[in-house]
Design a protein around this ligand. Structure first.
Ligand code: ADP
Ligand code: MG
Length: 271
């Protein structure tokens, strides 16, 4: 039978994790076989207790860690053999890891220097990236002159300077105070929409996950695995007002219960 003509074309896959699993050399089963499909333009959050394999999964997607078995595809090509696709991806770690002796602009320019981008073009892209994170005035400052939140913005600017399509973020705001985190969450959403990014974001904050995501992936530990996927079917732009709605509370409650179950099963299996 022919399909009706008005069927919507599904978005192209950005990331495909196909039965990928990871056992570390010491025998730790960090992740049981996992399947995850992320379409272009999604904002996916990996949520779960410590040790459930969030970082392991993200590093495998980034090609920083080999799976024990299974496959990882970015834009339908294997991650490991993908110099071109790697250039379309950036990784943001929890600590800003800035060079303390170098200015903000020099820090942000580093990936372009490593890629031998001509200096004039690099300077322009650095200023653009700094403007995107609201730090245009701080190009010449040293990292130690900035607050923790501003240093994290520098780190995000350094990831944006390569003009990625896919942003992988491992608890990027975990070390920041609540208010700074909310501000950066809102700014990240604005960036995601403006640049049409695909984001995979790791957190253990339920509220952050609901606020940001198109879809939340709940994981459990020992062994690490995906236990549930929850679509956050709410329009964007999302403002802090969303966080005081009954719908937000319902999502948070659902995920809280799911997280409790994920944590309880972990404790029972490993008394
Ligand atoms: P999460 O980011 O969710 O806290 P991780 O992916 O860091 O979880 O870790 C998953 C499991 O793998 C944990 O039990 C952790 O102790 C273990 N693990 C992580 N890295 C290594 C490693 N290099 N060698 C051995 N075990 C590891
Ligand atoms: Mg981690």
């Amino acid at each position: 039978m022919r399909e009706p003509p008005n069927v919507l074309v599904p978005p192209a896959p950005a990331v495909e994790v196909l039965s990928a699993h990871k056992t570390y050399p010491d025998g730790t089963v960090a992740l049981q076989p996992v399947d995850l499909h992320v379409a272009e333009g999604e904002f996916i959050t990996l949520l779960g207790p410590s040790g459930c394999g969030k970082s392991t999964l993200l590093k495998m997607v980034a090609g920083l860690l080999e799976p024990t078995d299974g496959r990882l595809l970015l834009w339908r090509k294997p991650v490991a053999r993908l110099e071109e696709a790697r250039k379309r991806m950036a990784f943001v770690f929890q600590a800003p890891t800035l060079m303390p002796w170098a200015s903000v602009a020099d820090n942000v320019r580093l990936p372009l220097d490593l890629a031998c981008v001509p200096r004039a073009e690099a300077e322009t892209r650095v200023l653009d990236a700094l403007a995107l994170v609201g730090l245009a005035k701080f190009a010449k400052a040293l990292p130690r002159a900035l607050s923790g939140g501003m240093q994290m913005r520098v780190s995000i600017a350094r990831s944006l300077v390569v003009q990625p399509d896919l942003l992988l973020m491992d608890e990027p705001f975990g070390a920041l105070d609540e208010i700074t985190r909310h501000k950066l969450d809102s700014d990240l959403l604005a960036l995601w929409r403006a640049k049409k990014l695909t984001v995979i974001f790791v957190t253990h904050s339920i509220h952050e996950a609901v606020f940001l995501s198109t879809r939340v992936i709940m994981m459990a530990a020992r062994p690490g695995r995906i236990v549930e996927e929850v679509a956050i079917d709410e329009p964007y732009p999302r403002t802090p007002d969303f966080m005081v709605t009954p719908r937000f509370a319902a999502y948070a409650k659902h995920l809280q219960d799911s997280l409790m179950r994920a944590s309880v099963s972990t404790d029972e299996e490993n008394p």
